[in-house]
Design a protein around this ligand. Structure first.
Ligand SMILES: [Mg+2]
Length: 166
């Protein structure tokens, strides 16, 4: 089992998400808000450069991100500076690890978008279907990813934490 480290409030960390073949997919800088050993919470400031497999990207949204080390999804709470929450964007991934500098996981394509009006949408099911064939996702990974998408959608539906944060 990979060793996991506790992150400290105020530290700068990098999220490094790969695809299943290990190729870098998304590298985003954050500042740590809190970490209890299971739930690591970080913040991103709008316009800070993000590296993506499609090139550099500067999100217009601030975000607060919830990474649980024992869950197959994370939740990005996105808002424009000076505005209230615009969207929660949930990524289905392998459970994240933190090595002291980087948060690492494999992005498993499926996403769940949750709007403040309560609209919940499953995204990228087509990409998941293509990648499970291309990369040969094992059956347990497919099952965990599909369950995770359902779990986070249900959490949003009942407005559980962190969807209760407004
Ligand atoms: Mg996706």
């Amino acid at each position: 089992m990979e060793q996991d480290t506790i992150a400290h409030a105020g530290e700068r960390v990098l999220l490094r998400a790969t695809k299943y073949d290990g190729a870098a997919h998304w590298i985003q800088p954050f500042r740590v808000v809190s970490d209890d050993g299971t739930l690591l919470v970080t913040e991103y400031r709008a316009r800070t450069p993000i590296y993506t497999s499609r090139g550099e990207f500067r999100s217009p949204y601030n975000s607060r991100v919830y990474f649980w080390r024992d869950r197959w999804y994370n939740v990005f709470r996105l808002w424009k500076p000076g505005c209230s929450v615009a969207l929660w964007y949930c990524n289905v991934t392998t459970p994240p690890t933190f090595d002291g500098n980087q948060i690492n996981y494999v992005d498993l394509d499926l996403d769940v978008a949750v709007r403040p009006d309560g609209c919940i949408e499953l995204l990228d099911a087509d990409e998941f279907a293509a990648h499970r064939r291309r990369y040969g996702y094992p059956a347990d990974v497919i099952g965990s990813a599909e369950r995770a998408a359902g779990e986070v959608a249900e959490l949003a539906r009942v407005q559980g934490f962190p969807f209760s944060e407004g």
